[in-house]
Write a protein that binds this ligand. Sequence first.
Ligand code: PHE
Length: 454
Amino acid sequence: MEKPQGNRESFATKFGVIAATAGSAVGLGNIWRFPYLTGEYGGAAFLVVYLVFVVAIGIPVMLSEFVIGRSAQLNPYGAFKKLAPRKPWYLVGLMGVAAAFMILAFYTTVAGWTLEYIYQAVIGGFPGKDGVQLGEMFSHFRDHSWRPLLWFFLFMGMTAGIIVFGVKKGIEKSTVIMMPLLFLILVVLCIRSLTLPGSLEGIRFLFQPDFSKIDSSAILAALGQVFFSMSIGMGTLITYASYFPKSDNLLGTSFSVAFTDTLVAILAGVAIFPAVFSFHIEPGYGPGLVFVTLPGIFQQMPGGSFFAVLFFLLLALAALTSTISVLEVIVAFFSEELKMTRKAATWTAAGTVSILGLMSTLAWNPMMKGVTLFGKNVFEVLDFTSANILLPMGGFFIVLFVAWFFGRQKAASELSNEGTLKTGYIPFYMFLIRYIAPVALAIIFLNGIGLLRF
Ligand code: PHE
């Protein structure tokens, strides 16, 4: 199977590269987090700020990860060690591996909930319940039952079950099926939502900007969301890019992935807001939007049960193509640095993450409820530290590394496939990663840890 170096596995097709990488980016971040943030921060104006950050910061960070990963052909820790021998840059890679543990633990918790909700939608667990009862149903499931653990392990097992087959037969083969399916389901849900009476109100909310809603916290939320949604800042894309063929056009891939990721987030908004407005529900419902508000909406619409099953299936698929990308970071690290076989690395990684995942999944259970840090339970600590601290910090060091250490010449050679592609954009890219991205990132990071308050 996988050898540490030299005869390394890579993705076989261009579509495979895009399906896998866009699969990592498209996830709960797009379908669960983006809509509720957009709802909270006033709709279209938030979207505009988000788009500006995707272009000015998201794509440059993504490209930088591609450059590092494909030139080193190693996991994030090994990559920094190889490109900067005897320098402390490998710590950035190590931080990425640590972030992978934390993200996978809390992300798989929510991914597990989506399986419960598919199950509930199939057995008809929603009809007849009002908003309050649906809220109680969610909190009873999450806080007082053992089922979240069952779903957590099932989801982790599915993730490991794909990763164990390797890059081509595991990641590529599964994502080239799952991504088109995800897209199809999303389009069906958009059509359903748009054909509800009064749906135009939701479209207006999503596309007619009201900039008075944009304050500093909205701006910071948008920047954080760009990181989370594009899977940047922790080495997931360093790892995936290490499997890109040398002939792949990195700029083209970064555009395709950023475009797909943004499109799915917007389509998720189109699937959700028209329905929310059609049933006269407040859009700013927060994280419960998907697990409490939407089931309430589904049961009031014609064909609701069917669409509920589709929606939660969509969430589960989106989550799975992301969890495999996070697990792969740890597996690549274990197999290359600790010289484990892929099989041993996969199950060791899944096993160790599960210990943290167990605590995250039971974070609301009376047994674990008392375990808090700064008033946050285990799940919230993992979510907060990884998204608001580790990702921006990782992104900051990644762009600094390429801009100031790896340097323009080597970056240009990787981006141009050793001079075979046109690279007129490189001065602009260098400007963004030298100045714009690091400054913006320093600001959100300092804000994230509370050293700077707007
Ligand atoms: N991008 C994924 C999402 O939007 C989450 C993720 C973050 C995946 C970081 C990998 C690394 O759901």
